[in-house]
Write a protein that binds this ligand. Structure first.
Ligand code: NOJ
Ligand code: MG
Length: 557
């Protein structure tokens, strides 16, 4: 009887030569999301920073990812964790300086990693110079045309101009003392820019060039589906207010006009060498509509939130995978896969809870179950063709911190929704690097959100070299994915239908992947030799005993 969890012999060490392929590198890239505030703190002020990231680049290289996406580190009052940008060309002092950004980009390139930065074009901070001047100049100022200022309804303009609600709760309009209202789909500190105004379009093309000249390899576009609002800002008229998924096209989301903006950006990007990319954060009603963002003359990738929202269920996963691949094939863009990010409950905690609770969950659930499923889900994701996104800390199997005290919370929607929503702080708790020490090696001081006492054992130090740890599972999986020459390549998988209910089995050339999403063990014929399993499995007499919630990668040639 053989116990398998990893097969180290098949895994070559990562090297710069393999990490930095040029052409089309992004089509099958594994991209690691860093949330700078919570990654590594070099100066002991309790907040992560760019120098902290720079020092940890070797860790990311050794993990085996291709690129790093940095959430915003620009000058910002932090009303929404930096997604409220006051100066798009400056680094916030809490994160460092432009020189530090330059050092991160250069050092990343030196170790074979690419850097993708976040671009926030839907709204600025209310502290952005444009907005401050627009407010100061008063009603009628042409500077107000760069945003959506309107007179209110009602006898004395005391009612908001339309019935839209902010995604963070409450009306999407705030009234200034001078009587005008302004639109903010998010927090009041995030006024929406008016993309019909030529100065806005010019400014963002210039911002793109600024960071491209700095050497970044691409941009993640925040709220890429929101820039254009329907003519006349029509009322929603009673119906459902916003849900991020499952909406029809809304008068402020997924309007066809956004595509002209991306075609114009693409011409800017294409002036630069080196296969740089755009990835869209576009919450659209369907993955087919998401495909519109990645037509050949627009963006390169778009996050697959439909996949992220799929329950741990074989039938639903298979349908989501097929639909995603089918949607992207006609436009020739790679499908992307993502399970966690800084806006949703970590997948180890989502899967620890019953399905149907959405992507913001307040209960810890069954931790062991959640981790087992999360590991299995990750191996499934990394075996699929296309590009995969990993959110910092998921490689440690971190759960969401569901019991943060209200007084430490920072998510603006927690406050605007009177504590009924806005639990995004739980996935933003700083990373544990060491078993012991101040903030488990996050920094010399504390951490801006408290870390649970149990996190020393989840640290990078505790998991490094530990057989069966989640970190070693990710390292091995990423190395095998690369060594298998292209688990991420192609645009289709071949399913086998003759497997028991609750199992997924698909084949790629020389490779197969089996997933048991059920809560019980299943015995099936082994289709090859085990390359890697999400937790131990046993193979005996050509049969595999596949325990509950487990994924196996097979070599089949
Ligand atoms: C999406 C970002 O990921 C999220 O963190 C932010 O709150 C909103 N966009 C608004 O910028
Ligand atoms: Mg710091």
């Amino acid at each position: 009887m053989n116990q398998h969890s990893t097969d180290q012999a098949l895994v070559p060490p990562p090297s710069a030569a393999t990490t930095r392929r040029a052409a089309d590198w992004w089509r099958d890239a594994v991209i690691y999301q860093v949330y700078p505030r919570s990654f590594a703190d070099s100066d002991g002020d309790g907040t992560g920073d760019l120098e902290g990231i720079r020092r940890r680049l070797p860790y990311l290289r050794d993990l085996g990812v291709d690129a790093v996406w940095l959430s915003p580190f620009y000058a910002s009052p932090q009303a929404d964790g930096g997604y409220d940008v006051a100066d798009y060309r400056a680094v916030d002092s809490m994160y460092g300086t432009l020189l530090d950004a330059d050092a991160v980009i250069r050092d990343a390139h030196a170790v074979g990693l690419r850097i993708i930065v976040d671009l926030v074009p839907n709204h600025s901070s209310d502290q952005h110079e444009w907005f401050r001047r627009a407010v100061a100049e008063g009603p009628g100022s042409p500077l107000r045309d760069r945003y959506h200022f309107r007179a209110g309804k009602g006898e004395s303009g005391e009612l908001p101009p339309n019935d839209w609600e902010s995604i963070f709760g409450g009306p999407a309009w705030t009234r200034l003392a001078d009587g005008d209202w302004y639109l903010h789909l998010f927090a009041p500190e995030q006024p929406d820019l008016n993309w019909e105004h030529p100065a806005v379009a010019d400014e963002f093309r210039s911002i793109l060039r600024f960071w491209l000249d700095m050497g970044v390899d691409g941009f993640r576009i925040d709220v890429a589906h929101g820039l254009v609002k329907a003519e006349g800002l029509p009322d929603l008229g009673g119906g459902d207010q916003l849900k991020l998924l499952g909406n029809d096209v809304m008068p402020f989301f997924d309007q066809d006009g956004v595509h002209a903006i991306y075609r114009s950006w693409r011409t800017v990007l294409d002036e630069y060498d080196g296969e740089r990319i755009f990835v869209a954060e576009a919450w659209t009603p369907t993955v087919e509509r998401t495909a519109n963002y990645v037509r050949p003359d627009e963006l390169h990738q778009a996050f697959n939130f439909q996949y992220l929202s799929t329950a741990w269920n074989a039938e639903e996963l298979r349908a989501a995978i097929d639909r995603s691949l089918d949607a992207m094939r006609p436009v020739g863009a790679p499908t992307t896969w993502v399970l966690s990010n800084h806006d949703v409950t970590r997948h180890a905690t989502r899967y620890a809870n019953p399905p149907g609770l959405g992507t913001q969950i307040r209960t810890a659930g069954d931790r062991e179950l959640g981790l087992r499923r999360a590991r299995a889900a990750t191996l499934l994701m990394l075996a699929l063709p296309g590009s995969a996104y990993i959110y910092q800390g998921e490689e440690l199997g971190l759960p969401d911190v569901t019991d943060l005290p209200d007084e430490v919370r920072q998510d603006p929607s927690f406050f605007r929704a009177q504590g009924q929503d806005g639990f995004r702080d739980g996935c933003r708790v700083p990373i544990p690097w060491t078993r012991t020490g101040a903030s488990y090696g996050f920094g010399e001081g504390g951490s801006w959100l408290p870390q649970p006492d149990s996190w020393g054992e989840l640290s990078v130090e505790a998991q490094t070299g530990q057989e069966g740890s989640t970190l070693e599972l990710y390292r091995t999986a990423l190395a095998v994915r690369r060594a298998q020459a292209g688990l991420g390549a192609g645009d289709s998988v071949t399913w086998r239908d003759d497997v028991p209910a609750g199992l997924l089995h698909f084949e790629r050339p020389g490779f197969a992947c089996t997933v048991n999403t059920t809560g019980t063990a299943v015995r099936i014929p082994a289709p090859g030799t085990v390359l890697l399993a999400s937790d131990p499995v046993t193979v005996e007499d050509g049969q595999i005993e596949l325990p509950a919630d487990r994924t196996v990668w097979w070599r089949t040639d």
